[in-house]
Design a protein. Structure first.
Length: 571
């Protein structure tokens, strides 16, 4: 018993302590805004199943009704039976309403069915086949009067429209009559113009016939002179061909002659140092003679050649010397033929190897075709990419490249190139294009370089040293001039400062610059121009011109512009 009392007392004291702790915690939460500690272990939450979406309400006139009678005793109910441990505290909405599922399915009729309580609409109006007179309504009477008045107003509007149309028709008939009269006048004027035109054209035809006769006579004379000219031209060309052949033979003989004789006797070859230069000179002369000339050029060339003509200097005076030279050339050719015969056996081997190579090439061709098919696909892809690149390039050309062309560096380069071109003093008349100028500068540079190669090395070194000394002197003089210019500017600045009036501080406010009053100039009135007789006739006969409302000059200009447009379209 004592033990039970002790346990009861302990339980009472522990419950009191717990109540005191809860009260103190509530005070702390209210005063100090301290939230109570949440329990570490949570109770399991059972998710409630929503039965409304799964089991809808079954009524007789809704879309979700089934096509059969629902028996609640045999089939499952539309709610879940929860065990006792997990039962809900509150009752659900669909848990107790089981009677709704016991309703019968009723089909909706296609047509509306009249019941016993409903009555016919025309029952009060007709009795035994006789209509009952309705009550007098002021609203209907007023509406009828309004309708009659509106019809009368509409009739008046229609009459006014008819009168206006009649007036318009009379005016148009008068205009048509006037136009027909003007048409008669125009036809008479047109007939007169046609007769004048016919007479002038007949006179022109007669004149043209006379001129045609004169032209035929002149044409016959021209044909005769042309025959004579062609015969003379043929003779001249024949003589020129003979001259060219003789010159070719002379050049051939001079080319075959030895080099030591050429240097002493031939003036052209005295400047040349090597055989390559001689070959170049010969090819240039051949090209000059092969080039086609105009008749005037050939005559001038023959005159120039014949003026300073001298007897030719030849090394070979007798034909036997040439025969010996040709024999020596034949011996050389025989040696070449013997060498070719020796090379015959290896050539046959080469032919056999070529046949084997052809077979291998056929095999390779098959593989190449396969690779070509693959390459076509790659090319198509490349073409597509090329189109994209073209678009990109066009955008680059019109944006970045355009800026580069118009940049300061390019313009400075053009100025420098033009300065160099003018300093060279070229006599060629060309368009001032940077590429053509640079090409001419490059040609001049090559000529100077060739001439410099002919100069001895000692002279070239002397010239180079002199040029370096002169360039150093120029640079020193330029730097000296720059220093003198700066000193002159500083002295001038100090002189201006010395001769200026002493600075005075302004006591008053600085004046602000105001704009001047604009002077309104009077417009110059041009004197009025009178119409010519041709313009007045054109306005009167061919346009709808009114002298009281239209401006004649604007009307003439506009009409002439329209005529020009029509003629351009027809052309």
């Amino acid at each position: 018993m004592s033990h039970r009392r002790n346990t009861l007392e302990d339980s009472e004291t522990s419950s009191k302590l717990l109540e005191d702790a809860d009260a103190s915690m509530e005070k702390l939460t209210i005063k100090g805004r301290i939230k109570p500690a949440k329990p570490m272990i949570k109770e399991p939450v059972i998710p409630v199943r929503k039965t409304a979406g799964l089991f809808p309400k079954y009524f007789s006139r809704i879309k979700k009704v089934v096509d059969y009678t629902y028996n609640a005793d045999e089939e499952w109910k539309p709610f879940r039976t929860v065990p006792c441990k997990k039962s809900k505290k509150k009752r659900g909405y669909l848990d107790g309403k089981t009677k709704m599922n016991n309703r019968l399915y009723v089909e909706t009729p296609q047509h509306r069915i009249l019941t016993v309580l409903e009555h016919d609409k025309g029952y009060n109006k007709i009795v035994e086949g006789r209509p009952i007179r309705g009550e007098f309504s002021i609203r209907d009477y007023i509406q009828n009067i309004r309708d009659s008045l509106t019809t009368k107003i509409l009739i008046d509007y229609r009459r006014n429209d008819v009168d206006a149309l009649r007036k318009k028709l009379n005016e148009e008939s008068k205009i048509i009559q006037k136009v027909s009269e003007d048409l008669k006048v125009y036809s008479k004027v047109f007939d007169r113009i046609l007769s004048e035109d016919h007479s002038s054209s007949s006179s022109l035809i007669n004149e043209s016939n006379e001129k045609q006769r004169n032209y035929d006579k002149l044409r016959e004379e021209c044909a005769n002179w042309k025959k004579k000219f062609n015969s003379m031209k043929a003779a001249l060309y024949h003589s020129e061909v003979k001259w060219d052949r003789t010159n070719a033979c002379r050049r051939f003989l001079s080319y075959i002659s030895p080099l030591h004789w050429k240097k002493t006797h031939d003036d052209r070859m005295s400047v040349l140092d090597s055989m390559e230069e001689e070959i170049l000179l010969y090819t240039e002369e051949q090209n000059d003679y092969k080039s086609e000339r105009v008749l005037d050029e050939s005559i001038e060339h023959m005159q120039k050649v014949c003026l300073d003509l001298e007897p030719p200097r030849l090394y070979f005076n007798e034909p036997e010397e040439l025969i010996n030279l040709f024999k020596y050339m034949e011996y050389q050719n025989m040696n070449y033929l013997l060498h070719v015969e020796e090379v015959g056996a290896p050539l046959e081997k080469i032919h056999i190897n070529m046949e084997n190579a052809a077979l291998s090439f056929d095999q390779k061709i098959f593989s190449i075709k396969h690779s070509i098919n693959e390459l076509t696909e790659i090319i198509e892809w490349e073409e597509n990419s090329a189109q994209n690149f073209r678009k990109m390039i066009n955008s680059v050309i019109h944006n970045e490249f355009k800026k580069l062309i118009k940049s300061k560096e390019v313009l400075d380069l053009y100025v420098f190139v033009e300065d160099v071109y003018e300093s060279i003093g070229s006599s060629e008349v060309i368009d001032r294009n940077i590429l053509t100028m640079m090409e001419s500068i490059e040609r001049q540079y090559r000529k100077e370089k060739l001439s410099l190669d002919k100069v001895p090395c000692e002279m070239a070194k002397l010239l180079e040293s002199k040029y370096n000394i002169e360039s150093k002197k120029l640079i020193e003089s330029a730097s000296l001039a720059q220093k003198q210019h700066l000193e002159f500017e500083m002295a001038l600045k100090s002189l201006r400062k010395a001769y200026q009036a002493p600075f005075k501080k302004r006591q008053t406010r600085e004046l602000k610059g105001r704009s001047k009053v604009a002077v309104c100039r009077k417009l110059k009135l041009m004197p009025a121009r009178h119409l010519t007789a041709q313009e007045s006739d054109y306005l009167e006969y061919f346009t709808d011109f009114c002298e009281y409302t239209d401006d004649p000059f604007e009307y003439v200009e506009n009409s002439m512009v329209e005529i020009n447009d029509i003629t351009n379209e027809t052309i």
